[in-house]
Design a protein around this ligand. Structure first.
Ligand code: NDP
Length: 448
C-alpha cells in the first residue's frame, strides 16, 4: 500500500466522526501523492504525513459568561494549533453554533497550506466557539469575548499564536478580545489581527479577503486573455467576504446578480448597484439585519427576496461561494453546470462537497480553491503584524498594492506547480503541491 493510502486509511479510521476534517485531508493527500511517491522512503522515515495531517495540539476551554438577566451561560471554546513550521500559528476565530472540532481541524489544516502560499512567515491554526452572537446582545458579546480571552491569553502571543476573525468575529469582537488582553497584560502586543487601525490594525484588512478574491480572479482571467468587465457573478453570503467581493467586482465592471444569507436569497435582476451595496453594508454591520429585514425596508424594487433559496439555480458566468463550508452540494453543482457557469472561485473555505467539486471539475469549469482565492485576508493580517512590530502604519495605497502583488505572486507560483497539461490551469493541484513542498521542506530541515 502506498504511504498516502496508509495515512488516509489511518485518518479515516481514527477520525471517522470528523467528516469535514477527513474531507480536507483526503483532497490534499490525493493531490500530492505523486510528489510523495518520488521521495517516499525519506518522508516515511520522518513520519512527515502523520505529522502534517494531525494538529500539534488542540486546546479546549469552558467559557462561563453572564447574560443580561444575570444568569450564567457556558460555551465551549477551542484553539487548534496545527503547524508552526513556517512561523507562529495564525488563523481566525469563528463564533457560530455549528462550530466543532471537525470543522476547526479542517480549517486549521487548510490554513497551514494557505498561509504557506502567501510566502509570509506564518504557521496554521484555527479556533472558535459554539457561542451564537446572533442570540446575544452587544454587552453579552463583550462579556463572552472577555471571558474567552481570559481562557486563551496564556496560549497566544506575537511569536506563538496570533488569532484573527472569521464567521461571527468581526472588528467589534476583535476589539473586545484585544481590550481584555490589554487589561490582563498591560501591554500592546501583536496578539490578534483584524484590529481597527486606531489601535494597531492595518487599513484595508476588512476589505482584504473579498478584494483578494477579485484580484486573483482577474489574474486567472488575464492568463486566458480575458477580463472581468461585463461578466455576471453569483455570490452567496452577505458577510465580510461576500460584501467586499461584490464591492470590488462592481468597481471592476462586473454585474453581481445575487447575495444570500442563512435564511434566503436576494436576486438583483439588473445587477447590484452601488447604492444597494452601501445600504446593505450599513444594514449588516451596524443594524445587524438579515437580508429579509433589509429587503423589507429597502425602498427600491430592483431586487427580489426568495426565502430559503440559494443562488446556484441562476444563470451567470462566474460563481463565487462566500458563505460557509459544503454550501454547494451535488444538486447545486448540477444546476451550476446546467446554467453554463464557466468559473467557480471560492471566497469561503471548502464551500463545495467532494462530489460537487468533482462534478464542477469534470464539466470543465475552471475551479479555484479557497486556499489561494481567499488568502488575501490572512496576507493583510501578515502585513498588520509587520506594521505593529515596526510601529509604522502603512497607507491604504501601500496595503492595496502589496495585496495585489501578493495575489499575483500566488497565481504565478501555483500555476508553475500545476500539472503540465494542455488546457486550463489545475489550480487545486497546483496549490496543494506548492504548499506541501514549502511546509514539508522546512519540516525536513528541522530533522526528527
Ligand atoms: P461572516 O460571518 O461575515 O458572514 C458569513 C455569511 O455566510 C453570512 O451571510 C451568513 O448568513 C452566511 N452563512 C454562515 N453560515 C451559513 C450556513 N450554514 N448556511 C448558509 N449561510 C451561512 O463571515 P465571513 O464573511 O468572514 O466568512 C465567510 C467565509 O469566508 C467562511 O468560510 C470563512 O471561513 C471564509 N474566510 C473568511 C475570511 C475573513 O477574512 N473574514 C478569510 C478567509 C476565509 P447569516 O448572516 O444568516 O448567518
Amino acid at each position: 500500500m502506498s504511504y498516502v493510502s496508509e495515512v488516509l486509511e489511518q485518518i479515516n479510521e481514527r477520525h471517522s466522526k470528523q467528516p469535514e476534517y477527513t474531507q480536507a485531508v483526503t483532497e490534499v493527500l490525493q493531490d500530492v501523492s505523486g510528489l510523495v511517491s518520488q521521495n517516499e522512503k525519506a518522508l516515511r522515515r520522518q513520519a512527515i504525513l502523520e505529522r502534517l495531517v494531525e494538529p500539534d495540539r488542540l486546546l479546549r476551554f469552558r467559557v462561563n459568561w453572564e447574560r443580561d438577566d444575570g444568569s450564567l451561560a457556558t460555551n465551549l471554546l477551542w484553539r487548534v494549533q496545527f503547524n508552526n513550521a513556517l512561523g507562529a500559528y495564525k488563523g481566525g476565530l469563528r463564533f457560530h453554533p455549528s462550530v466543532n472540532t471537525s470543522i476547526l481541524k479542517f480549517l486549521g489544516f487548510e490554513q497551514t497550506f494557505k498561509n504557506a502560499l502567501t510566502g509570509l512567515p506564518m504557521g496554521g491554526a484555527k479556533g472558535g466557539s459554539n457561542f451564537n452572537p446572533k442570540e446575544a446582545s452587544l454587552p453579552e458579546i463583550r462579556r463572552f469575548c472577555q471571558q474567552a480571552m481570559l481562557a486563551l491569553h496564556p496560549f497566544i502571543g506575537p511569536d506563538a499564536d496570533v488569532p484573527a476573525g472569521d464567521i461571527g468575529v468581526g472588528s467589534q469582537e476583535i476589539a473586545f478580545l484585544y481590550g481584555q488582553y490589554l487589561q490582563i497584560h498591560k501591554a500592546h502586543r501583536g496578539v490578534l489581527t483584524g484590529k481597527q487601525p486606531s489601535f494597531g490594525g492595518s487599513c484595508g484588512r476588512t476589505e482584504a479577503t473579498g478584494y483578494g478574491v477579485i484580484f486573483f480572479l482577474e489574474e486567472a482571467l488575464a492568463a486566458r486573455e480575458d477580463t472581468l468587465e461585463g461578466k455576471s457573478l453569483l455570490i452567496s453570503g452577505a458577510g465580510n467576504v461576500a460584501l467586499h467581493t461584490a464591492e470590488k467586482a462592481l468597481q471592476e465592471g462586473a454585474r453581481v446578480l445575487s447575495l444570500s444569507d442563512s435564511q434566503g436569497l436576494v436576486v438583483f435582476k439588473d445587477g447590484l448597484t452601488q447604492d444597494q451595496l452601501r445600504s446593505l453594508k450599513t444594514a449588516r454591520t451596524e443594524k445587524r439585519q438579515s437580508l429579509a429585514e433589509w429587503h423589507s425596508e429597502a425602498s427600491d424594487s430592483g431586487c427580489d427576496y426568495q426565502e430559503g433559496n440559494t443562488p446556484w439555480h441562476l444563470e451567470a458566468d462566474i460563481a463565487i461561494p462566500c458563505a460557509t463550508q459544503n454550501e454547494i452540494d451535488e444538486d447545486a453543482a448540477k444546476h451550476l453546470v446546467e446554467g453554463g457557469i464557466q468559473w467557480l472561485i471560492e471566497g469561503a473555505n471548502m464551500p463545495l462537497t467532494s462530489a460537487a467539486q468533482e462534478q464542477i471539475r469534470d464539466a470543465g469549469i475552471t475551479y479555484i480553491p479557497g486556499k489561494i482565492a481567499n488568502a488575501g485576508g490572512v496576507a493583510v493580517s501578515g502585513f498588520e503584524r509587520s506594521q505593529q512590530a515596526a510601529l509604522l502604519p502603512w497607507t491604504l495605497d501601500t496595503v492595496t498594492s502589496r495585496l495585489k502583488d501578493l495575489m499575483k505572486r500566488i497565481h504565478r507560483n501555483v500555476s508553475e506547480a500545476a500539472p503540465d497539461a494542455k488546457g486550463p490551469i489545475d489550480y487545486r493541484v497546483g496549490a496543494n503541491r506548492a504548499a506541501f513542498d514549502k511546509v514539508v521542506n522546512v519540516m525536513q530541515a528541522y530533522g526528527i
